[in-house]
Design a protein around this ligand. Structure first.
Ligand code: ZN
Length: 314
């Protein structure tokens, strides 16, 4: 057991008893406790793990609402939190460069839990090195795969397998929940495809190049005010280039994410007369979105609305 107090053991015994009852009843019941402790890095992973895990899981997300996820640096307490988990779920070292270190620190720390299962949910076409903030319009190095619902589905498959591995008694529930999520992700994909199927423009200006996988799926192009991470802001000559393209392409909207600085978007908007609209990279929710209970699906639908406006879709 990962914790020394007697309550986890009690829960474990209760879980065994309840699993026995479940087996006898031939039905599925969620235990009340949420005794499978899962640690995630960012919001889409929390959403998926919560949907699949239901009442059997208790989730702690390390990058809190409103925090710029690319800038995040874990505290020693985060390694301790990971050490208490059954599962630690992250995207990709290109996004959470700190995740594997924090997980290994959790194994060597006081009371460390060498048994935590580490789940990487994103896999890119190439090994990723520091991309130096180049404004590449290319998904090869782009870790933001959750912005394509069909790739979020692949992340869900990996989270499902991991949950079943660490908590086999929950397998039926997890599989049923994952099937339900699958249906919603496919419906979301169809909805966005339809929304963006007939548009006057094929390019949008975004605050950072988070949308490569979404752009590839729905066939638009992104022009970035910053690179793959918001901190790699473009220099004055690149901004002048973006402003020129806004004029040349007849773009009337600049799509700004809610958490990073909007300084460049404001500059470009002032220069071109373009309007600023929200487009959410969904790394974490804002504190307001979290308190209103807005979900991945809700925010992706709002993203589709903003894209449809910016691309002038029929
Ligand atoms: Zn990003």
């Amino acid at each position: 057991m990962t914790r020394s107090n007697p309550i986890p053991m009690l829960l474990f015994v209760l879980a065994l008893l309840s699993a026995t009852f479940v087996a006898c009843a031939g039905d599925l019941e969620e235990p009340a406790g949420g005794e499978v402790f899962v640690v995630t890095t960012t919001y889409p992973l929390t959403y998926i793990a919560q949907r699949i895990g239901g009442g059997r899981v208790a989730i702690t997300q390390l990058v809190k609402p409103g925090v710029e996820a690319h800038d995040f640096e874990p505290a020693p307490s985060d390694a301790r939190t990971i050490s208490e988990a059954k599962l630690f779920i992250f995207n990709h070292p290109a996004f959470e460069g700190w995740a594997l270190n924090a997980a290994s620190a959790s194994e060597s720390g006081n009371g460390g839990n060498a048994g935590v299962v580490i789940v990487q949910t994103a896999f890119l076409e190439s090994a990723v090195e520091d991309h130096g903030g180049q404004a590449v319009d290319d998904t090869t190095f782009d870790p933001h795969i959750w912005l394509n619902p069909l790739q979020a589905q692949e992340q869900a498959d990996r989270i499902l397998s991991a949950l079943v591995a660490v908590d086999p008694e929950g397998a039926q529930l997890y599989t049923r929940n994952a099937d339900g999520l699958d249906v919603e992700l496919v419906a979301l994909d169809e909805q966005i495809s339809k929304r963006l199927s007939s548009c006057e423009l094929d390019s949008v200006v975004v605050s950072h190049l988070a949308f490569g996988h979404m752009a590839e799926r729905y066939q638009f192009k992104q022009i970035g005010l910053a690179g793959l991470s918001p901190e790699f802001e473009s220099g004055p000559s690149q901004i002048a280039g973006v402003i020129q393209r806004i004029d040349d392409l007849g773009i009337r909207h600049i799509l700004q994410e809610p958490i990073a600085s909007d300084r460049l978007a404001q500059t470009a908007a002032t220069e071109t007369g373009a309007e600023i609209l929200a487009l959410h990279p969904l790394e974490v929710r804002t504190t307001d979105e979290a308190s209103r209970g807005l979900s991945y699906i809700d925010i992706m639908q709002a993203n589709a609305d903003s894209l449809a406006t910016a691309l002038r879709c029929g």
